[in-house]
Design a protein around this ligand. Structure first.
Ligand SMILES: [Ca+2]
Length: 499
């Protein structure tokens, strides 16, 4: 983006965006490395699985994230610790596992359970960094809380921006999936904000990028980068994009990039219930199961359009980083809070510990890293981002921080790595659906080859998948005599848990 374009982009996108004031740029101290301090630009997408052209789906156009992956290390087996916004975000922003935080749903703030948790920005601030966020970093109800601070952690930031775009004003036009009286799936408009968040919903919007919440977030991030470029303090800037979270809203031009006929709908075997534990499949929703293939293609098209729109906003921010001469001393990390089902096993959205929901895209780009463009196959966890980013910048993480620094893998993607990735999810209780049912936990461990899952410590079933032969996790090998040894070893690993 040239200077004129950046100005034009900012001019249109910043209308209506309030930057908080009262920021002090005074530095309480300064971290330094032999080469000077590195800044961090932490980019987080919401509900984004690995259907990107640099990962699993060549159809999905994500040129800007692809370009970042071409100069960074792309982690091909990166996993969230809980496939839901609040528990995942609380976990990776503190570097504490969901069981340490005891946060398993979208209502509890982690300071209610671990009041002295230390977050990534707190570690950077202690080292003298300017710390700020734009948009959704901690949990927000989307779309109903867009424009507010949501379930923010004020102790984390010196400055915050809560963008809000026309996607909120356009809610009445959003197509919302619903079950018709005859049992078929259909869509309807005229719904409220709160009806479009947990349900498949979409809109090919009028207007341009800069009118959307994420366009305004990108512009606010650029404005903060401009201020950072003029200031001597190093910075940690977190930018949280709201898409492709429901409602899948993007300007019409992004929908036009995907022909529905090109879109592949996952095949669902009729004997699912015979293959997998009931707890694993209990998040299937009647309206989603009832969708025709045409409606499935429409939903997937909207998800892809939202993804490409979000990627374009990432592109604006990364172009500004280059133009402001910050790219050569700024680490850029991009990931999402959890993955997303688009019909596999008749599952949509999140809250499963299958690959589609537990796995996330993760790119870490460190200036001057000679491994740029390489992929890492080791299983890693986003709870480790706190240790990783502080390690890469030569500063201290909070003393109780969990996970394992990925720095050795950034420096050598083929380095030995003895760690597995752990994810967990609830069934029953507040976040697990089936209101009133007692809560049980599903726990899953992923090694480079295997996934092993236990529901209620095995009392509600187990699953074993061999990714060397079954990347879609369709053949549950748990209980099979010929895999008894692997299952036993993985059970021990799972029950030992992550540290
Ligand atoms: Ca999310």
């Amino acid at each position: 983006m040239n200077s004129l374009n950046r100005r034009q982009f900012l001019g249109s996108a910043l209308a209506g965006v309030c930057l908080s004031t009262g920021t002090s740029w005074a530095s309480p101290g300064r971290a330094s490395t032999p080469d000077g301090p590195l800044n961090v630009l932490h980019l987080i997408s919401d509900d984004l699985g690995t259907r990107l052209s640099c990962y699993d789906e060549p159809l999905v156009r994500t040129p800007h994230i692809d370009a970042l992956a071409a100069r960074g290390v792309r982690f091909d087996r990166a996993y969230c610790q809980f496939p839901l916004c609040n528990p995942s975000r609380a976990s990776f922003m503190t570097g504490l596992r969901p069981d340490t935080l005891r946060v398993y749903e979208n209502q509890t703030h982690f300071r209610e359970t671990v009041h002295d948790a230390v977050t990534i920005p707190q570690s950077f601030h202690k080292a003298g960094y300017f710390v700020a966020r734009v948009g959704k970093i901690y949990h927000y109800g989307v779309p109903s809380q867009i424009g507010t601070s949501g379930l923010d952690d004020p102790e984390s930031w010196e400055q915050v921006v809560n963008p809000k775009g026309r996607d909120i004003d356009d809610i009445g036009m959003v197509e919302v999936l619903q079950l018709a009286p005859d049992g078929t799936a259909t869509t309807a408009t005229g719904k409220k904000l709160t009806d479009t968040g947990g349900t498949l919903s979409w809109l090919a919007a009028e207007g341009g990028d800069s009118e959307q919440t994420d366009g305004k977030g990108a512009a606010a991030a650029i404005q903060l980068l401009e201020a950072c470029a003029k200031n001597a303090r190093p910075f940690y800037l977190a930018v949280g994009f709201y898409r492709p979270h429901t409602p899948f809203i993007a300007p019409k031009s992004y929908f036009a990039q995907y022909l529905r006929d090109e879109i592949t709908v996952p095949e669902v075997p009729p004997d699912l219930a015979m293959r997998f534990p009931a707890a694993a499949l209990s998040r299937q929703k009647p309206a989603e199961v009832a969708m025709s293939d045409a409606l499935r293609r429409q939903a997937i098209q909207a998800y892809y359009a939202s993804t490409t729109f979000m990627d374009a906003q990432v592109g604006h921010v990364l172009a500004a980083l280059e133009e402001l001469d910050l790219a050569n001393n700024t680490i850029v990390v991009f990931h999402s809070d959890h993955g997303y089902h688009l019909g596999e096993k008749n599952l949509w959205q999140k809250m499963s510990v299958y690959e589609e929901s537990a796995r996330v895209p993760l790119v870490i780009s460190v200036p001057g890293n000679r491994n740029g463009g390489r992929a890492c196959a080791r299983p890693v966890e986003i709870v480790s981002l706190h240790k990783t980013l502080t390690d890469l910048c030569g500063i201290a993480a909070g003393p109780k921080t969990e996970g394992h620094s990925m720095r050795p893998l950034v420096e050598n993607p083929r380095a030995e790595w003895e760690h597995a990735a752990f994810s967990q999810v609830t069934r029953g209780g507040r976040a697990g659906g089936s209101a009133g049912a007692p809560q049980i936990m599903g726990r899953s461990v992923r090694t480079q080859r295997w996934r092993y899952t236990e529901w209620d410590e095995g009392r509600a079933g187990a699953e074993l998948f061999d990714h060397a032969h079954d990347p879609m996790e369709m053949s549950n090998l748990a209980g099979a005599a010929r895999f008894r040894q692997q299952e036993t070893e993985l059970r021990v690993l799972l029950r030992a848990g992550g540290v």
